[in-house]
Structure formats: structure tokens, C-alpha cells
Write a protein that binds this ligand. Structure first.
Ligand code: NA7
Length: 533
């Protein structure tokens, strides 16, 4: 069994940077990745229309001046192929590929108490061991198919958006069904609508979508961005979401109505998440404030969709704006004005099954050539459940987290010594502008590993008491926001998975600055909450 000081699981944005830091430290390290190549999210999600909702230049790594100097982003919200090339560029530039193993899916990771090491079994049955096991397995990396009868029966091509085929799919003149209307479908639908002969969209719950307002970055603009990188990253550090958007310090009713209206219009015309994160500070916390803005967005949908019945179907009635993930769109609502696009409201006519020819609802058979499942993920914890992590006393992480993740700071779970979670559930880094969050998570963890090494420690473990404290704080942060009351993947719900009909504390909603301060305090107090030995 080949042994390493550290093994990183996952070659996405997080794993790539963690690998770089550990190689730099001179650690013996390898990175294992289940896919055939690096990129994580940006490797898998190849559906047309897939792109950032983060401003490109706020998502990229900040750690290397040379990298910042040499990389040009072509659009404010770069498309998936560009981000994938970026990650490949980073791996080449820092010569990281030679430490990566592809097609190396981790089936199980078992902690061996006597040796104080983790023992991994890969899909190929190969075994590896390490002292420290670092997970960089993503928060939206375990796709979930809907619980609908007959999905295997369909004769044509059908796939989850996460598994969109690598070779181009010819959509031209095809009849296509898309199931789901989350952030993924909202990016995909306008692109497919332009090519398909007929596009039928099956919607269970609509979302509050907002215009992305993407555009090209000119050479001059890129040069300007480059001179402002320090400022941009500093701005991201100040905001709870790690984006450049800071909420307006005023409360909605402190502002006169006409000024309010002008502000709303300005938000709707702004690019990216400003409409969500740069809104009045009480819009995501106070029901009355939220209701007023929500009504504004509903009217925008009514203005943009020609058929009033279709418009009403696209307007959510079970939650307010910004209390679930806001899908960012480019021509989404206008897609429904096309002759070849049809919206099926599953509340009126539920799907009964998938047939050989297509989708059968209680009202009709929709015969199609391709079915796309844009049905989302087993968010935050799914990737952990898909690996058998066995800790002290033979207990699995899956059992421990059956009712939701239990962690201290989102970094460790008691009973799993030397298992370090990077940007996972309940961590501040896993729930912010991902580029910014993961860089901080990796920096923190690297410093920790260096500290352990410098001080002759070989084992780090958290305790249940500190976990309990963290659960309380995570709950408190949910209670501050309206999103804590709404069923979504933010609150751990998933209708396609058994038992996911209760709230689970999957995310840390306290924001990046607060989380950073907590972590700094932990270090100052000699890694408070961790037992080092
Ligand atoms: P989401 O946001 O979880 O969306 C999944 C969509 O699929 C959503 O509209 C669901 O409706 C719908 N869905 C799920 N299961 C079914 C079944 N069984 N029948 C009909 N419709 C169903 O995933 P996305 O991939 O769009 O986005 C995930 C994140 O990726 C996104 O937030 C970005 O950060 C990147 P529901 O709302 O549950 O009624």
C-alpha cells in the first residue's frame, strides 16, 4: 500500500489549490480524482449555457500575481469551457498534474487507529494510505435523478445535466423535454429553445430568476481589472457572500417610495448577484420588505412574458425573492414567448411516468427525442455519503450524518481524526463565492498542517462538545434569514431522496467575514476545539 503524508480527494477548484500548497510545503502528497480529468464542477457540467454567476475575475485564484497577470477572462460571467481551460492552465503552470491520479474513485476511507492513518480503497481496488485525508469533493457534485417511474424505459438519449455528454449533442430540429427549473435549467432553456424544434419544460416549483446582464470583457477592461485586483479581492473579503456586492445599509422603509422604485430598477438592470446581495439590508430578513421587492420582480416577469397564464405559472407563490438560490438568466422569460416552447405545470398535471417515447403526465403524452433531467443535486453532503468514511470505532460518517451534517466549523467531525474537510457543509467557505471561499479554506488548512508539523503533532481531532456549540451557531445564523424557513437545498430538503423532508443544517449562513474572524480566534487560542496530539 503506497503511503503519503496527505491525500486530497477531488481535482476541482479546491483540490487543485490545496495540492499546490502542499507540494510547495514539500509534503508527500497525491490527489485522487474519480473523473478522467481535472476540473470538478467545470469538468462535468457541460450543458449548453453553463457559466458563472460569479464575476469571472472574483472567482479566479488570487494567490499568484503571475497568474493574475497572464490570464484574461473573456466575459464578465465566463462560460464553462473557459473556466475548464483556466483550471487546466493553473495545473500546467504549477506543474500539478504529475501529482494527480484520474479515474481514481475513492470507494472507502477507513481510519486505522493503531497506525494513525487513513486507508483508501479506490474503484480499481488499489489501496493507498495517508496521515491526513483532505476532502475537496464539492458541494454540488452528487447529481440526483428524479424519483419518476420508467426513466430507464425511454428509447432516446436522456441524461442528467451533470452528465451532459462530452461529445456535442445535436439539438437542432429535435423535440426535447427538460425536467426541472432550477439554476441549471434556467441557463440551459434559452439556449435549447433556439435550436429545438419543440421544447417542453416540466416545472414543479418556479424560482425567482433575475437577469445576469453578461457581456464581453474588452482588452481595455481586462487591463483595468488587472490593475484593480487588490481592490476587487479586498471588496470580496468585506462582503458576507464573498462577492463584490455589498448589501445597501439602508432598510427598505427608510427610503421614500419613488427612490425605492428607482433603486429596484437599478438593481434589475445591474449584472450578477447585485439584485440579490446588494439589495436593502432587510430584504432577505424581513417579510414585509421581502414582499415588496418580490412583487416588483413578479411584475417584471409579467412584463416579459406575453401570455399572462404562462407568466403566472412562472411566478413563485410559495417563497419570496432570494430565499432560495436565485437563478441568473439570459433571455429565460423570453424563451416562453417562442412558438416552440411549452411550459407544463406539474402541480396541475403531474408526471406519471417516463415512457419509451417521452414523458407522460396525468393529462397527456409528450413524445420527444431527448429527455434532460435538470433535477439538481444531493447538495452539500451527497458527495460525502457516496464514499464510505469509517472513523474511530468503526462508525461511518454516513451514519453520523444521517439527519444532517454534524461538524465543528465545517472543518472536522468528531470521531474522524485527521479527516479535514475543505469548503464542505457548515463551513463559511463552502457557501460563498466559491473561488474566494476555497482559497481561504485551503490557506487555513495549510497553516494548520504546517503548525502540526512544526510542533511534532500527528493527530488532530475535534470533540462533540465543540460540535454541539457549532450546531447552535449554525442554527442561529439560519434563524436570521428568511431562507431558513423555506424548503430548498439551502435548508437540506430533497424530494428525490428518502428522508430528506426535514430541515438539515447543511450551510453556514453567517457570512465570510464572521467565519474568518471565528477561525482566526480559534487559531489565537491554540486551535481551540481541536485536540492535537
Ligand atoms: P436545483 O436548484 O436543485 O433545481 C432542481 C430542479 O429540478 C428544481 O426546479 C426542482 O423542482 C426540479 N425537480 C427535482 N426533482 C424533480 C422531480 N422529481 N420532478 C420534477 N421536478 C423536479 O438544481 P440545479 O442543478 O438547477 O442548481 C443547483 C445549483 O448548481 C445551483 O444552485 C448553482 O449553484 C449551481 P423543486 O424546486 O424541487 O420543486
Amino acid at each position: 500500500m503506497q503511503h503519503f503524508e496527505a491525500i486530497i480527494i477531488g481535482a476541482g477548484l479546491t483540490g487543485i489549490y490545496q495540492l499546490h500548497r502542499l507540494v510547495e510545503m514539500g509534503m508527500s502528497v497525491t490527489l485522487v480524482e474519480g473523473a478522467d480529468d481535472l476540473g470538478g464542477t467545470w469538468y462535468h457540467n457541460r450543458y449548453p449555457g453553463c457559466r458563472f454567476d460569479s464575476e469571472s475575475y472574483t472567482y479566479g485564484y488570487s494567490f499568484s500575481q503571475e497568474l493574475l497577470d497572464e490570464w484574461d477572462w473573456s466575459e464578465h460571467f465566463a462560460p464553462q469551457p473557459e473556466t475548464l481551460s483556466y483550471l487546466n492552465h493553473v495545473a500546467e503552470r504549477f506543474d500539478l498534474r504529475r501529482h494527480m491520479r484520474f479515474g481514481a474513485k475513492v470507494e472507502s476511507a477507513v481510519y486505522n487507529e493503531a497506525e494513525n492513518q487513513w486507508e483508501l480503497t479506490l474503484g480499481s481496488s488499489e489501496k493507498l494510505s495517508c496521515r491526513y485525508l483532505l476532502t475537496a469533493i464539492g458541494v454540488l457534485s452528487a447529481p440526483v435523478m428524479p424519483r419518476i417511474e420508467g426513466t430507464e424505459r425511454f428509447k432516446g438519449p436522456s441524461f442528467h445535466t451533470y452528465h451532459w455528454p462530452q461529445e456535442p449533442v445535436d439539438l437542432e430540429g429535435k423535440r426535447i423535454a427538460i425536467i426541472g427549473t432550477g439554476a441549471t435549467a434556467v441557463q440551459l432553456i434559452p439556449v435549447v429553445a433556439e435550436q429545438a424544434q419543440r421544447l417542453v419544460i416540466f416545472q414543479r416549483r418556479p424560482n425567482w430568476c433575475a437577469p445576469l446582464h453578461n457581456r464581453q470583457i474588452t482588452t481595455e477592461e481586462m487591463a483595468d481589472i488587472r490593475t484593480r485586483y487588490d481592490e476587487i479581492f479586498e471588496q470580496c473579503r468585506r462582503t458576507p457572500g464573498g462577492f463584490i456586492h455589498m448589501s445597501d445599509r439602508r432598510k427598505l422603509d427608510e427610503v421614500p417610495e419613488d427612490e425605492r422604485r428607482a433603486f429596484f430598477e437599478d438593481l434589475y438592470a445591474s449584472s450578477g448577484f447585485r439584485i440579490w446581495l446588494g439589495n436593502f439590508r432587510d430584504v432577505l430578513m424581513d417579510e414585509a420588505a421581502n414582499e415588496e421587492f418580490t412583487e416588483f420582480v413578479a411584475n417584471k416577469i409579467r412584463e416579459r412574458v406575453d401570455d399572462p397564464d404562462v407568466a403566472e405559472k412562472l411566478i413563485p407563490t410559495d417563497h419570496g425573492f432570494g430565499t432560495r438560490r436565485v437563478p441568473m438568466e439570459t433571455g429565460y422569460y423570453e424563451a416562453y414567448n417562442r412558438e416552440n416552447v411549452e411550459l407544463i405545470d406539474l402541480n396541475e398535471t403531474p408526471i406519471e411516468c417516463i415512457t419509451e417515447q417521452g414523458v407522460r403526465t396525468s393529462a397527456e403524452d409528450y413524445d420527444v427525442d431527448i429527455i434532460v433531467y435538470a433535477t439538481g443535486f444531493d447538495a452539500m453532503t451527497g458527495a460525502f455519503d457516496r464514499i464510505e468514511f469509517v472513523g474511530e470505532d468503526g462508525r461511518t460518517l454516513r451514519e453520523k450524518w444521517a439527519d444532517g451534517p454534524i461538524t465543528y466549523l465545517g472543518l472536522q467531525s468528531a470521531g474522524f481524526p485527521n479527516l479535514l474537510v475543505l469548503a464542505g457543509p457548515q463551513s463559511g467557505s463552502g457557501f460563498t463565492n466559491f473561488g474566494r471561499g476555497v482559497e481561504e479554506a485551503v490557506d487555513w488548512t495549510t497553516e494548520l498542517l504546517d503548525y502540526l508539523r512544526q510542533n511534532g503533532y500527528t493527530r488532530i481531532e475535534t470533540t462533540e462538545a465543540f460540535e454541539e456549540q457549532w450546531q447552535g451557531h449554525v442554527q442561529e445564523m439560519y434563524d436570521l434569514l428568511l431562507l431558513g424557513k423555506v424548503k430548498s437545498w439551502f435548508t437540506g430538503f430533497n424530494s428525490n431522496i428518502e428522508g430528506r423532508d426535514k430541515m438539515r443544517l447543511v450551510a453556514y449562513n453567517g457570512g465570510a467575514p464572521r467565519y474568518r474572524k471565528i477561525l482566526a480566534g480559534v487559531v489565537e487560542n491554540g486551535y481551540e476545539g481541536f485536540r492535537l496530539s
